[in-house]
Write a protein that binds this ligand. Sequence first.
Ligand code: WT7
Length: 645
Amino acid sequence: MHQKGDLYYPNEDFKKIALINNREIYQEAEKDPVKFWEKLAESLSWQKKWEKTFEHNPPYVKWFVGGKINITENIFEKNPQGWEKIKDKNAIIWQPELVDEEQKIFTYKDLFEKVNKFANALKKLGVKKGDRVGIYLPMIPEVIISMLACARIGAVHTVVFSAFSPHALQVRLQDTEAKILITTDGYYRRGGVVGLKQNADEAVDNTSVEKVIVVKRAGNPVNWDEGRDLWFEEISSQESGECPAEEMDSEDLFFILYTSGSTGKPKGIMHTCGGYIVQAKFTGQWIFDLKDDDILWCTSDVGWITGHTYTIYSPLLNTVPTLIFEGAPDWPNPDRWAQIIEDNKVTTFYTAPTAIRMFEKYGLEVIEKYKFESLQLLGSVGEPIDDSAWLWYFKNVGKERCPLVDTWWQTETGGILITSLPGVGPFKPAFSGLPFPGMNFEIFDEEGNICPQGKQGNLVLLPPFNPSLLRGVYKNPEKYLETYWKDYGEKVYFTSDAAYRDENGLIRIIGRVDDVIKMAGHRLSTGELEAAVNLHPDITECAAIGIPDEIRGEVPIVFVIYKGKKGEDEVKKEVVDYIKKEIGPIALPKEVYLVDDLPKTRSGKIMRRILRKLFTGEDLGDLSTLANSEIVSKLKNKVAGNNEK
Ligand code: WT7
């Protein structure tokens, strides 16, 4: 890359071979975004061509209306590149956590057979098109086989991150009414075995789950319910390796993925087949410049949307091997991630700022011996990347050679929507860059006027949006309307992020303006945390906020009003236990404060904004609107006292 002012551009040698290397595509897409997507869609294998490319019935959208398409045909036997040509390429490179355990590699042919076998097994269990299947698996090949098997037969998968608690899993199983849950005995994490089956056993109570399919991974002892539990390997191995692909309408439900919003209850984001497939394929291809000899390592767990789209579907649609790693990137040594890149000759590395900041903190000596010669492109996702992390990553991992794409998107958008293309640029530290071709973004003030360049406002997406935008919130149309289409009317998608544009049109994301905390790139809602803490019988009120954190971006802090008789330390532990039980260990707060009162308006609304300012050192502003302004100085002392400790 080379620098002009504060902007970076790809070098000529990168540009020369990049799939997209000039701005023409932007002009073409801007002229007619619907046609732009239509042209891309034409290169996929459709079971039946669509009749209408885009249909807008605010606040609902449809793409490729009347078309029929199955993603597995596009990955496997009807891959536009030709099955014979691709079947022996590597599809999955699985890196187990234990250093002395061997990698497993699956070619497209191996994977296809495994998918078909398991798809037939699911069918035998009565799973039909449209049925929901819960998947609670860590990063092992069977998670991909399970998702693709669902896609093969038109079942709707709902993947639940393996670090979510039994209760969080249960809520999702109840909402989807899944009849099948796929899990594992256990998996390795930081050298130890994490038992997952016991969580699954607890979670399936009071749900409609009839069968629990268990992958044998760690070999740890598990409880077994003869009438309900089945071994994954046993039921697949007896099946045929051929299974016809279900005919899927463009707008048939493909999957549901839960994410946090402003309130306590997670939302089931719905993605459909046609639009998602088109978006996954081409955003990945262009943004990561995916070519025949690439190897992609996207470090996101499949439990998140990044894992769905860029660990699995996009690389497989582009016939690129995807590396999946079971463990933690710094175990058993802080350079484990670097070693994996070198050993596997990873060309494309996609991770989150929180990981980058952690690598940075370990110090340069840890990665001194790595040249990272195989790397051609770096990506970042999930939270704003600050200048210093951007530059560290660019210099020490990308060796100033690799373009660094900071990709902005959301569970709701299904695919990346903002980032400069690697063969075009420009790139600027801490900026996500230009909208993807055809994307119509604006920055609005509260009234819906366009903010001038440099002024921060709300990031919105205008018609025709993008093919893989969410189609709804499962069983909750009101929530869909209220969350995305209320602030500026039913024709404007509100992202809930604040952003501004610089003089080059590059977009910088500031962060969420709703009650969502992005901890280590994970999405948590203050409402969800509060709902968990409020279950404590002696806590009468609580407030959760996110505060800045050097490594994790943001971390939660919880304030509670406790009316019982126990000691402070015990209460704090109980609060943490409630969060662990309701959500999982990923949501643990950095600190819990026991307080007498919370700052409130006269109408009783808790002012979380003021609580946050106690940590950021910002001016507290006018407190006269509070009903109990005297509490603020008490809280301030408490927080300050704690920080001195
Ligand atoms: C929120 C969506 C879809 C990727 C994984 C997260 C934040 C995402 C960036 C970025 C700054 C980012 C936004 C967004 N975010 N990518 N490159 N720069 N912020 O998906 O869990 O649905 O969260 O993550 O705040 O709204 P998610």
